[in-house]
Design a protein around this ligand. Sequence first.
Ligand code: SF4
Length: 98
Amino acid sequence: MTRVKVVRNPYDGIQLPKPLKLDMKQAACRPYRRPELWFSDDEHEQAQAKRVCKGSWLDGIEPCPIATECLLAALENDIRDGIWGGLTSRQRTNLKNR
Ligand code: SF4
């Protein structure tokens, strides 16, 4: 019997308390088989997730079409975990404190 790995977006199921709409059907991370990359403490894995969010010319990856909305959702909702819009929690905090 072949096991089918469930593919889900790392942010499926997260309720955003503030009414910012994210069309996750467009999310570049949606088809990725390792959603834990977006919540990893490992810098190498974080870099992989960021390449999906921001795109990578070298890897031929287009930027996520909803990266700005994703980042705004994290900032508006004060989400502390994970990479959103290509920024880590620390980077989002630095951005807020500017
Ligand atoms: S910006 Fe990154 S985390 Fe946000 S939806 Fe796009 S790929 Fe997913």
